[in-house]
Design a binder for this molecule. Structure first.
Ligand SMILES: Nc1ncnc2c1ncn2[C@@H]1O[C@H](COP(=O)(O)OP(=O)(O)OP(=O)(O)O)[C@@H](O)[C@H]1O
Length: 233
């Protein structure tokens, strides 16, 4: 079990409170969907949970350590990821540059991950030629390269068609079975219903619900989440 704990965490910009105060203990096992409409604060939550963003007040810890000191143990996939002008395999291998693996171990690891994300046959092609869905699968391979226990994902399927989305979701389910936890920001409630074990629902920078996915979809308690599920907000 990996616990991410937000202690009275806030994030302000230009004197305006954007997130928090958040007090939540999140067990990052399985898939946690971070649901909410545009602007609810999902991206800021992910960036605080990863340690990419310093809270204005309070702190975020993972297994008792400040998240900002443990970033290397997690992966992050953005909505739009930066591609290097190199091959798919080189993009994935990049994060191994400072590792003390031998070249053959590195190439085995890249091969294993490209197989997992169903891109092995594209390994030597320029990454710039990948479709949107393929580029996100490559980003997943890159996020997994250092064996993280948790991967944060910010709307990774927002530009995919239904087929590419289904393929991506199936790969996440397989990776989850191998023991990786995902915190997955999405505004797609059907996706959360298909993939999530837990749901955190946010509105206006605050957490309105934090429950198992089964409970969230069966007996939503907060008015905000009920309105969201009814398509009213
Ligand atoms: N650096 C910043 N400075 C000022 N406002 C910001 C900053 N970052 C985010 N915001 C604002 O904070 C709010 C929450 O943003 P956030 O990106 O976390 O929402 P979100 O739930 O991820 O939305 P979306 O689904 O559209 O990506 C938004 O109103 C956004 O405009």
């Amino acid at each position: 079990m990996t616990l991410i704990v937000f202690h009275k965490t806030t994030y302000d910009a230009d004197g305006q409170s954007l997130v928090g105060p958040l007090n939540i203990t999140l067990d990052a096992t399985g898939v946690t969907a971070l649901l909410g409409h545009n602007g609810a604060g999902k991206s800021l939550f992910l960036q605080l949970a990863h340690g990419m963003l310093r809270p204005t007040d309070g702190r975020v810890e993972i297994d008792g350590q400040d998240v900002r000191e443990t970033r290397r143990t997690r992966g992050f996939i953005f909505q739009n990821n930066v591609l290097m002008r190199r091959s798919v395999a080189q993009n994935v291998a990049f994060a191994l540059a400072t590792s003390n693996m031998s070249p053959s171990q590195k190439s085995e690891r890249v091969d294993e991950l490209l197989t997992m994300v169903q891109l092995r046959d594209r390994a030597d092609q320029p990454a710039a030629l990948l479709s949107g869905g393929e580029a996100q699968r490559m980003a997943l391979a890159r996020a997994l390269i250092n064996d993280p226990s948790i991967v944060m994902m910010d709307e990774p399927t927002s530009s995919m068609d239904p087929g590419a989305t289904a393929q991506f979701e199936a790969i996440i389910t397989a990776v989850k079975s191998a023991g990786v936890g995902f915190i997955w920001a999405t505004h797609d409630r059907a996706q959360a219903q298909r993939c999530a074990d837990q749901v955190i629902f946010m509105e206006r920078g605050k957490i309105c619900e934090d429950s198992s996915a089964e409970d969230f979809f069966r007996m939503t308690r907060s008015d905000a989440a009920k309105r969201y599920l009814n398509g009213e907000i």
